[in-house]
Design a protein around this ligand. Sequence first.
Ligand SMILES: C[S@@+](CC[C@H](N)C(=O)[O-])C[C@H]1O[C@@H](n2cnc3c(N)ncnc32)[C@H](O)[C@@H]1O
Length: 418
Amino acid sequence: MPDTPAYPVGLRLTGRRVVVLGGGGVAQRRLPALVASGADVLLVSPSATPSVEAMAETGELTWERRTYRPGDLAQAWYALIATSDPAANHAASAEAEAHRVWAVRSDDADAATAWTPATGRSEGVTVAVLTGSDPRRSAAVRDAVVEGLRDGTLAAPQYRTRTPGVALVGGGPGDPDLITVRGRRLLAEADVVIADRLGPRDLLDELPPHVEVVDAAKIPYGRFMAQEAINQALVAYAKEGKSVVRLKGGDPFVFGRGMEEVQELTRAGVPVTVVPGISSSISVPGAVGIPVTHRGVAHEFTVVSGHVAPDDARSLVDWRALAALRGTLVLLMAVERIGAIAEALIAHGRDADTPVAVVQEGTMATQRRVDATLATVGERVRAEEVRPPAVIVIGDVVAVRPDAPGPGTPDAEGGAGG
Ligand SMILES: C[S@@+](CC[C@H](N)C(=O)[O-])C[C@H]1O[C@@H](n2cnc3c(N)ncnc32)[C@H](O)[C@@H]1O
């Protein structure tokens, strides 16, 4: 392998003829990117792998079922020479050279006039890595860069195309690893982050110093409601041309007032994107090993806010109907009123022995679980001094254990296939 480094370039192949010789594994790996680039691909090969064949059937490329013939590369801008016949590869290389067609060789990198880099894409960025003689190293470097771009640990702000506006990002239940890849990237690119108390606050420490981090709870609201003040701050920062992330716990649209913020921003003409998050309603039970559904045990789960008591005139919850359900109830914001809620459920007919788990600060280092029944949960929460944030799970799923015997009778829910 010569020491001279290759000269990197991005070929714009749209509508241009690319000839691929050989329809085996190499072609199968390279063809999707060639097709995606818009190239006019001609495949010359007596046979092809099933997925290459499928690309020909769907018209993504033209396939001539035959061996290489001199003249095949005459119209080509670029060629991939990958037949199983070394003599044909050699002849095709010579033709490529004569016509000044850049050609990759699968069997002999030295004989090639072009090398394929290890490539990857993340959010509009193409990463291409060449290390000369070590394809595994190229792939490893590519993976590290793509991964870094995806999860935001490699900050690459879009200076040219970045549009000001607000991204409402669901941060997940608290463990910083449980934010989405897109959420983390947007955080890394933000000028301003307005964060709630719940959610992955550890991520805020990682932000570069120029990022302004605003604690939503500390925005002064004067004669306004706190939420109005947050809305106003979002609009004001966005109108200054800043790229704003509104970081919320869990998912923005699960008891997160996310839509109120979307409506306010829309009214103000500010572009807004919503990035879903992992809601505590599912992930916090999961973090202590409670599945919100389980075959043969629960075919539904209902997520309910317990922020007002069952007898409160403002409550929109039909506790009688909930008590009649067999499935799982997941209560959020219910620590203070769990006694009254449990009483209401029992009064409306839910079994007092129904197992209950209370999970405080789920997914965080301080996570803890308190077990009870519907009859005892009010007292247990008081005695154990459970504090918000906590998720309360009510239902037989609480008693499902990882070491339980395998599934018994088949169940109409259908499990994974359904
Ligand atoms: C205003 S709601 C927001 C819910 C959030 N949007 C979501 O999807 O998870 C706040 C409530 O979520 C629950 N919660 C959020 N994060 C939690 C966590 N890490 N552990 C336990 N409960 C949590 C608590 O019930 C808390 O009172």
